[in-house]
Design a protein around this ligand. Structure first.
Ligand code: PPS
Length: 270
């Protein structure tokens, strides 16, 4: 059964609590209709930096790396501010953050597909870092996530979740559409693709590649610090980087034991 919910979106699947906005699935509780409907006109600055990911592809990892590159106080831990506040979500932060008042360079993260991001990004000045990860690991990560946090409808088996994932009936929609959409439209944006598996294999080289794209020249010592503090082990134990308190604040207690930084492994060895 379909329910008309607003001008652009439909509540399509009551079982999973998903909402389809202009063809893209979002979680209805995290959805701000007015913000998304006006997002096309969102003013983009030339020095804005966006991390774009399909969910579970290394978003928090990229948020941590950018925070470490751009904020000395994050690297030196002299300021008690979570990564998520340094690199906030574009589509989930409205109402809490006045983006217009943020100093440059503004750092953002988003799961949106290429056709929903502000059109100012197509002027090719602002930078986009697109992180992608092999879909099997994405699916496994997502399966554990939805079964750990109470905002989601739990799914009993990985087989049942795989069916949903392959039909694209998950937050983020179909993985293939997201990755292909951004890749096929890459020439419209100033975009650098980064692969989770490559970051896993050689984080130092990946950070250097990212810095080259961003035009940031880090000293060897700073680079070493970034790589160290962005390791899975360090992030997992770091309350500013592991997302645990943000999730607790937003979603309440977990349904079962488990961590947002769960395994951090790559099925594909490259
Ligand atoms: S979300 O909900 O979309 O923001 O999730 P996202 O941050 O994209 O993805 C979470 C997965 O990324 C893993 N992760 C890391 N892997 C390796 N190294 C580091 N430093 C790192 N930080 C986060 C995290 O563990 C989740 O993957 P799984 O497979 O569940 O462990």
């Amino acid at each position: 059964m379909l329910y008309v919910f607003c001008r652009y979106c439909i509540m399509e699947d009551l079982e999973t609590d998903l909402l389809k906005f202009k063809g893209f699935y979002v979680h209805h509780k995290a959805f701000d209709n007015d913000f998304l409907e006006n997002l096309d006109d969102f003013e983009i600055r030339d020095d804005d930096i966006f991390v774009v990911t399909y969910p579970k592809s290394g978003t928090i990892w990229a948020q941590q790396i950018l925070s470490l590159i751009y904020f000395e106080e994050h690297r030196k831990r002299t300021e008690n501010l979570e990564t998520i506040h340094r690199v906030p979500f574009l589509e989930y932060s409205s109402g809490h953050i006045d983006f217009g008042k943020r100093p440059s360079p503004r750092l953002f993260v988003t799961h949106l597909p290429y056709y929903l991001v502000p059109r100012g990004l197509k002027d090719k000045k602002a930078k986009i870092v697109y992180i992608y990860r092999n879909p099997k690991d994405v699916m496994c990560s997502c399966f554990h996530y939805v079964n750990t946090y109470p905002i989601f409808k739990a799914v009993d088996t990985i087989e049942a979740f795989m069916k949903q994932f392959l039909e694209g009936k998950v937050v983020g929609g179909l993985w293939f559409d997201h990755v292909r959409g951004w890749y096929e439209h890459r020439n419209n944006f100033n975009i650098q693709f980064m692969m989770y598996e490559e970051m896993k294999k050689d984080l130092r080289s990946s950070v250097l590649k990212l810095c080259k794209f961003l035009g940031e020249d880090l000293s060897e010592e700073t680079l070493d610090g970034v790589v160290k503090q962005a390791s899975f082990e360090n992030m997992k134990d770091d309350p500013l980087a592991n997302n645990e308190s943000t999730l607790y604040r937003n979603f309440g207690p977990k349904l079962r034991e488990g961590h947002f930084l769960r395994k951090g492994t790559a099925l594909w060895k490259i």
